[in-house]
Ligand binder design. Structure first.
Ligand code: 13P
Length: 255
């Protein structure tokens, strides 16, 4: 049985002060949905304060990126051990990182291995662009991202992975994939490629999320699908009531 998982990717939003206010609003609702894993991924500067605010709760924290090296001359980057001081999770390979910051399957793979080496759980994002989708290349792209980005993992680590299928055309557009479309890609391509590179026994234990315009009003449809184990939420994770509603839907539908 895969435990439902809902993470909020705040992207480049909220100062430390604004982040504290949002978490104060979120805490009561999130503490109540205790049958699922719920994770907040604020920008780096807010992690320290949020780790204090969430101490003693089961609410997890995640970073939105990190470097794979231990330390050194990498101006502007954050090392795995620095993330680990505050977080149990790290989002890797988000499509915005791939598009604007030149991340590749190869750098994602290095980061995933570094995350496991430091006891962090990676939330690895995969997904196709609108052009790739319209050209019928979804399966090819998503399979490549899974096989290359998650190459050569120890199965004992791989079972802890969280993978998010986020079709890029559905991110921030208000145009979510249909639950059936998402289920089909997640079951056949994401879980299928994980089974191909690891084993079906391992693939069956990996939690796979859908991401892209998930809201309180559409979350339950996704969660009712057998292969969708939760959501990676962008815009709606910045609103306490909407994010809590999504977590509640995961608990009611899957848990
Ligand atoms: P939206 O929920 O704003 O579409 O963003 C999805 C996303 O990119 C989460 O990582």
């Amino acid at each position: 049985m895969r435990k439902p998982f809902v993470a909020g990717n705040w992207k480049m939003n909220k100062t430390v002060e604004q982040a504290s206010l949002l978490v104060a609003d979120l805490l009561p609702g999130l503490q109540a949905v205790n049958k699922i894993d719920r994770v907040l991924c604020p920008p780096f500067p807010a992690l320290m304060v949020l780790s204090q605010m969430t101490a003693g709760t089961e609410i997890g924290l995640g970073a939105q990126n990190m470097h794979w090296e231990e330390s050194g001359a990498f101006t502007g980057e954050v090392a795995p051990a620095m993330v680990k001081e505050f977080c149990a999770y790290v989002i890797l390979g988000h499509s915005e990182r791939r598009a604007y910051f030149a991340e590749t399957d190869q750098t994602v793979n290095k980061k995933v291995k570094a995350a496991f080496a430091h006891g962090l759980t990676p939330i690895v994002c995969v997904g196709e662009t609108l052009e790739e989708n319209e050209a019928g290349k979804t399966a090819e792209i998503v399979r490549r991202e899974v096989l290359e980005g998650l190459k050569d993992l120890d199965p004992a680590d791989a079972v802890k992975l969280v993978v998010a299928y986020e079709p890029i055309w559905a991110i921030g557009t208000g145009k979510a994939a249909s639950a059936e479309q998402a289920e089909e890609i997640i079951a056949k391509i994401v879980r299928g490629s994980l089974a191909e590179s690891l084993s079906s026994a391992v693939a069956d234990q990996i939690r796979i999320l859908y991401g892209g315009s998930v809201k309180g009003s559409n979350a339950a449809e996704f969660f009712s699908m057998p292969n969708i184990d939760g959501a990676l939420v962008g815009g709606a994770s910045l609103k306490a009531d909407d994010f809590t509603k999504i977590c509640q839907a995961a608990q009611d539908t899957i848990a």
